[in-house]
Design a protein around this ligand. Sequence first.
Ligand code: ADP
Length: 634
Amino acid sequence: MLVLLLVAVLVPTACVLWFMAQAMRNERLVVRQKLIEAYRVHLSAACDGVGTYWQDKLRALSDVEPQSTPAEGFAGLVRAGVADSVVLYDQAGRIAYPSDQHPRGPRRQVHPKPWLRAWELEHAMGDTSGAAAAYGEIADRYAGMAPAAEALRARARCLTRLGRTDEAVELLAELLANQSYRNARDADGRLIVLDAQMMMLDLMGDAAHPMYDQTLARLADRLSDYSDAAIPIGQRRFLMSRLRRIAPKGPRFPTLEAHDLAERYLEITPSPPLPGPARTLLDGVWQLPSANRHVVALLTESRIADELGARIANRSGLTGAHVVVLPPGSEADVREAFLAVPAGGQLPDWQLALYLDGPDPFAAAASRQITVYLWTAIVVVGIIALLALLVARYVGRQMRLTRLKNDLIATVSHELKTPLSAMRILVDTLVEGRYRDSGQVREYLSLIARENARLSRLIDNFLTFSRMERDKRAFEMSDLAPGDIVEAAADAVRERFASPGCRLSVELSGDLPTITGDRDALVTMLVNLLDNAWKYTGQTKDVHLRARAVDGHVRFEVSDNGLGLSRRAIKRVFDRFYQVDRSLSRTAGGCGLGLSIVRFIVTAHGGSIDVQSQPGEGSTFAVTLPAAGRVERP
Ligand code: ADP
């Protein structure tokens, strides 16, 4: 039965849970699939952006002012952020910028004769002050011409070495102030004024000097001026990087890295490449030649990725996710992406990867759905369990009733048979006239009366029992004197105790309060107890029936000197059809209902019953009922 119920609960429960698990999995897959489809549309739109990206770049390259010099074109494109670096070629395919060709302008300087002497004094003879004076003379003699500029710079150098720094600074300032020295070059082709400015900054040492900032700004301005074709590329790059070192927060030179990149590129790619974006031999650098191959833009992969990413972000209008452009070799990032697609033909091996912002929306949607499913599962399982419980109770009740019916039929037929057959024998004897005298007739008649009384009691018990079973508490309550009930019960059994060796003593205390109850039921209760006392004692029966007032209650006690009860039996004597010893009950007459009826009546009257007994030492059954006015209905 229990197994059946368990199966009835467990099988549907397992089915419901399995169904829910499947539904949850499907839900997850569906949400994911929907998201993937939606995002795929976005990504393919983003791929179109890759093509326009290169077109825009090409347009920017062709926008280089036709009249501008290659140097200006270089700086313009780099500063405009079109590329990380640019290489420009002339019509013949030769490098126009940045090339190492000698800058245009006055030819290399030939030193006048006095220069040699001054140089010897400075370097060979160690006569620094003599050299300084000699350089001063040269400067005076060639004033306004290139040798003078170089001589002034050399004199400043000697003065510095002599510790006359202030004089040296003044001298350099004088040199810079003279416009005729603007494009004067030294023997290596470098512009002397630029070196002089750098030297001045070194001598002044720090920004505290009144001329420092101005000198720094002028030098930076001239270095940044790519229309000034006089500055050799090498000198420009050298001074830019020096300025950046001594004044990290000072002027910015975005073209410096562009020079470095172009130099590295030209080392391995001397001639102009074919049109179309392509990887260069430099790691992580791409080239984009203009249609006429006169301009080649160099772009690092990080720039391409950033610019494309920004462009896609602007166009896609994506919410809850963002797209990242991944160059080749970013497999780890691709794996982490929610969705990745190839970026398209113009960027082979590149990927457009889509990442979800914040918590995974499909996980959130799925978890919402899971909660719904979970609650549904809990409710369904709960309903199944409840139904199973109700069915179990109903079936249990039916089984109990069936058992009870069977027991009752067996008991009733047995119990009725004994007194009826006894009476029939006696009546037959009397009818047939098989008696000695009128005394024997009386004896037989009294026996018949006793069996009759026994039958009545039995039937009373059965009626009470059936009332109990139907749970009909059809008691007629009224105020009663406990003594009256005791007397009525004693009268009912007196005849039984009339035989020799039997004694029934009745003890009533005088102060008994009235009780409220059904008279017949209470008499039945005491008669049952007295009957048991008679039945379950030996030859000598000493039974006491007492009633006394205890704390606003009336306590009825029936004690005997009989067989007594074990501890285990005491616990069960009030159960229906329970009999300690069936064979004994058979001879004594009984069906195991008496005490259950007693307990039913006591409980219906708001009282309690307890047993004191030990095997072989008799028993005392005590019933406590509340006095009238204190009735506590159960
Ligand atoms: P029965 O009709 O068999 O007497 P009861 O419900 O009245 O049924 O009693 C249940 C069992 O309790 C009896 O079979 C008997 O073994 C035991 N019992 C009841 N009263 C006493 C008693 N006074 N002394 C010993 N045993 C008793």
